[in-house]
Design a protein around this ligand. Structure first.
Ligand code: NDP
Length: 283
């Protein structure tokens, strides 16, 4: 049976380290600050924003929330971001996505100063990741990499198969694995014979958003399975993109859903905010 890669435990350990570092930084008169901008009333976005604020409080990071009504104009939002770019108390700016349709998301993300872009979505930070000199790395894929490291998995020379090519998970995690010297196959909805690709994987990273679409029998004996997918089935139950029970019979290690990658995402946001504060303190 596969070992469980316990994201909750890894996240708790890292959050403890962040809290210690925030306390140390406070002795130099610096408190890391995160601005969280929410436009509109999307219920899922509201939950994510309150989780992020609570996590900040727990480690001693100052967080400032800007709740704007759904009709807020693009100009007004861009002016707020410019103000936050110039606010010395703020080291990280996060605009909760998705934004209402009348606002140009790309323009908003490009207005955030790359030096405060703790989500790592600004094209400057994407480019830094591509050339292997990252400044801010996007939180979910970064969390995946930290989990693999904490679990002692060396990617050098391994076959890594990523399923899903979104800008926020699939593409960046593929680049990060490449940087760690893996041989990377990046699959998507047009990939032919997905099962054959998955069967090659020493490490499988699934980020699709379809409940249990990756079958347990596709998993190579001894493979490591990282399931980023979070899918609600029925009223309450959450499942990943991988058939967990069947995959556990073949994998050597696997992340559960929930309690796997999920807790790592906000942890890496805290990490990025702290790093930003330290960088800005150094000038
Ligand atoms: P997107 O919808 O942006 O991307 C999904 C990707 O999966 C696309 O590249 C798509 O291909 C591919 N895909 C869809 N169907 C298939 C298929 N049948 N075979 C192969 N590939 C397929 O999703 P995200 O990347 O934003 O999220 C993926 C999952 O991860 C979701 O469940 C989401 O909830 C979860 N998630 C979890 C986070 C966490 O903190 N734990 C954070 C972010 C996401 P194509 O490009 O060709 O359309």
């Amino acid at each position: 049976m596969a070992k469980i890669i316990d994201g909750k435990a890894i996240a708790a350990k890292i959050r403890g380290e962040i809290a210690t570092e925030v306390t140390r930084l406070a002795t130099t008169g610096i408190t890391p600050g995160l601005a969280v901008v929410l436009v509109g009333e999307d219920p899922a976005s509201k939950v994510y924003v309150s989780m992020k604020e609570k996590a900040c409080q727990e480690v001693g990071i100052f967080s400032d929330e800007y709740k704007l009504h759904a009709e807020t104009g693009e100009t007004e939002l861009l002016a707020l971001i410019e103000r936050l770019n110039n606010d010395p108390k703020i080291h990280g700016i996060l605009v909760q996505l998705p934004l209402p349709k009348h606002i140009n998301e790309a323009k908003v993300l490009e207005t955030i100063s790359p030096s405060k872009d703790v989500d790592g979505f600004h094209p400057y930070n994407v480019g830094r990741l591509v050339i292997g000199k990252p400044l801010f790395q996007p939180c979910t894929p970064y969390g995946v990499m930290v989990m693999l490291k904490e679990f002692g998995i060396d990617l050098a020379g391994k076959e890594v198969v990523v399923v899903g090519r979104s800008n926020i998970v699939g593409k960046p995690v593929a680049l990060m694995c490449l940087q760690q010297h893996a041989t990377v196959t990046l699959c998507h909805s047009r990939t032919r014979d997905l099962s054959a690709k998955v069967r090659m994987a020493d490490v499988l990273i699934a980020a699709v958003g379809q409940p249990e679409m990756i079958k347990g029998e596709w998993i190579k004996e001894g493979a490591v399975v990282i399931d980023v997918g979070v899918n609600r089935v029925g009223d309450k139950k959450l499942v990943g993109d991988v058939e967990f029970a069947a995959a556990s019979l073949h994998a050597s290690a696997i992340t559960p859903v929930p309690g796997g990658v999920g807790p790592m995402t906000i942890t890496m946001l805290l990490h990025n905010t702290l790093e930003s504060a330290k960088r800005q303190a150094q000038g």
